[in-house]
Design a protein around this ligand. Structure first.
Ligand code: 6YU
Length: 536
């Protein structure tokens, strides 16, 4: 089959129907035809809402980071009426959270006790101060360390004598809480270790104002609405692209008069000829496949940028409980493994220790809508190892972890040393019906669901970061269209969009959307497309 119509008009093909691809399709004007080819059976890519328990859960993007008028995802979601009343409140849009909104929280230690909020916030304050100073090296020629992780560890070591006011047990607990902060930062950056994240470009990422919000009817409502606004037949699902041949001269049967510089060949053998192809496949896919995906292969500069930039894994584990064991006001259950320290190498034994990388659980709100559901976050190689386990294994391990943390394990094989039962502190103020007196074992979750972004063949991870040895310039190189020569008689054969191509908003849905709009605008300029200016 040869795709597209549109007579002598320019033919555009976009690869990938995530927010970048859909955004590009939404904004293109003045072309002859557009086809959007998507490997999966659904649009949305890393925006993926699924039913679970009595409600919906987000397997990918969770929040709008910085929901305020400067955020195009916020504007579009508001336009479609997809957000709740809290998000519409102007005060909430003005809050400066500098990244992630804080949630009311309880912190469990691995000895089976709730840790003092004061101890935890002391460690968190120090960590946030150090993180802010790490961002301040933005663009520095000579940062004090190559990676964010190394910088943070050096600074923590420097402050060691003052930690916990020099008292040994208090100091150990502060270090354990700092190790937990470091793991949370791995989830936020989507990396195995902050030692892999480059220090100098770290501050280039821009946080928008606004209290992070979710989509009451599911994040997928956004791509669904974008999709339904496109002319019917624009998006072809289950259409995985195998190879993009560019710099060619391809003719269609029955139309010898016209040749196209690009041919897109799909896994099922279908081909599409195009003047322009907007590539929005994830960086993880490009890392694995770019050598065969493009014929001729990408120029060295682009291939090197793909190799250097980071793309890691952050997964979610959803657990449904019959009854909550947490307090109604608690929205975040944090985990601190009390024998850990950021100054010591974490265990490399994934099989024995993968669950220790879990940073904690967000409580899905409101329970009337979701049921009693916790969403755990876990990044890095441990997260990738978790993907290889069965549901039953993950559920079993999570049950044991939660029993250990709440002091309700009969005995612990997960943590050493575990204090004897009588020395463990009871969880204060637990729901009497869920953890009855005498502290018996916490009931196992009813069901489990987890994401597996690393195993997903057309994603191969969660999102991008600027890795050691790389810089924001690599993001710009990745975003550059091909052929490189602006005087080429057949310009803009390949254009590149996707979250990893946005220098200041990489790793987010708004970065993805803006990148799609950017590439559509590049083509609109080429077509000198007349038409109304977009309203959003
Ligand atoms: C956000 C959030 N969020 C959690 C988790 C994940 C992500 N993000 P897509 O992949 O969507 O589309 C490409 C399509 O291409 C796809 O459909 C493929 O099937 C298709 N394809 C591939 N190969 C193909 C082929 N050969 N042929 C045809 N089709 C092909 N973002 O704003 N808020 O809460 C989270 C989170 C677990 C996995 C997130 C979040 C990231 C976004 O989901 C993601 O960026 C966009 O959806 C990507 O859209 P796209 O179109 O580019 O690709 C300092 C500093 C720190 C920096 N980080 C701070 C921010 C932290 C980010 N937040 C993450 C947190 C969560 C929980």
């Amino acid at each position: 089959m040869e795709g597209g119509g549109g007579g002598s008009g320019r033919r555009v093909v976009a690869v990938g129907a995530g927010l970048a691809g859909l955004g590009a399709a939404q904004r293109l004007r003045g072309h002859g035809s557009l086809r959007l080819l998507e490997a999966a059976a659904r649009a949305g890519g890393r925006v993926c809402t699924r039913p679970f328990a009595s409600g919906l859960v987000e397997m990918g993007a969770h929040w709008i980071h910085g929901p305020s008028p400067g955020n195009p995802v916020f504007r579009l979601a508001t336009h479609y009426g997809l957000l709740g009343p809290e998000a519409a409140r102007e005060e909430n849009q003005q809050v400066e959270v500098g990244g992630h909104s804080p949630l009311p929280c309880v912190t469990y230690g691995s000895s089976g006790r709730v840790l003092s909020p004061q101890v935890v916030s002391e460690a968190r304050d120090l960590f946030n101060t150090l993180l802010a100073s790490a961002r301040a090296f933005c663009g520095s020629e000579e940062p004090p360390a190559p990676s964010v992780g190394q910088y943070l560890r050096t600074e923590i070591a420097r402050r060691l004598p003052a930690l916990g006011r020099g008292e040994e047990d208090a100091q150990r607990l502060q270090l354990a809480a700092l190790a937990a902060c470091l793991k949370l930062e791995c989830c936020i950056s989507g990396t195995h270790s902050m030692d892999l994240v480059a220090l100098a470009p770290f501050g280039e990422y821009v946080s928008l104002p606004g209290l992070d919000c979710t989509f009451p009817g599911g994040y997928s409502g956004l791509p669904d609405r974008m999709l339904s606004a496109l002319p019917e037949g624009t998006v072809l699902l289950n259409k995985a692209v195998r190879t993009i041949r560019w710099q060619g001269s391809f003719r269609e049967e029955g139309d010898e008069a016209r040749d196209f510089p690009v041919q897109v060949e799909c896994e099922d053998g279908d081909t599409f000829l195009a003047d322009h192809v907007i590539v929005t496949v994830p960086l993880g896919f490009l890392k694995e496949r770019h050598q065969d995906f493009f014929q001729p292969p990408l120029p060295k500069r682009k291939a090197e940028a793909i190799r250097r930039l980071g793309f890691g894994t952050n997964n979610k584990i959803f657990l449904e409980f019959e009854k909550p064991f947490w307090e109604p006001q608690q929205q975040l259950l944090e985990v601190v493994w009390e024998d850990e320290s950021p100054l010591e190498e974490p265990s490399a034994n994934l099989e024995a220790n993968w669950f220790k990388k879990l940073v904690g659980f967000v409580v899905l709100q409101p329970p009337e809508q979701h049921g009693h559901v916790l969403c755990g976050f876990i990044a890095g190689k441990e997260s990738e190892y978790m993907e290889t386990l069965s549901d039953a294994e993950v559920l079993g391990t999570m049950t044991h972890v939660l029993r250990t943390l709440t002091g309700t394990a009969a005995f612990s094989t997960l943590v050493t040393p575990t204090p004897p039962r009588e020395t463990r502190t009871q969880i204060s103020g637990c729901h009497p019906e869920s953890v009855p007196a005498g502290n018996p074992r916490l009931p196992a979750p009813r069901s489990v669901l987890r994401s597996r972004w690393h195993s997903a063949s057309y994603t191969r991870g969660s999102y991008s970061y600027v890795a050691v040895g790389s810089s924001g310039d690599d993001i710009d190189v990745l975003a550059q269209p091909l052929p490189e020569d602006p005087k080429d008689s057949r310009p803009l054969q390949l254009l590149f969009a996707g979250e990893a191509t946005h220098r200041t908003f990489y790793s987010t849905t708004h970065g993805a959307l803006l990148s799609g709009w950017r590439e559509a605008e590049r083509l609109n300029q080429l077509f000198k497309a007349p038409g109304p200016a977009p309203q959003l």
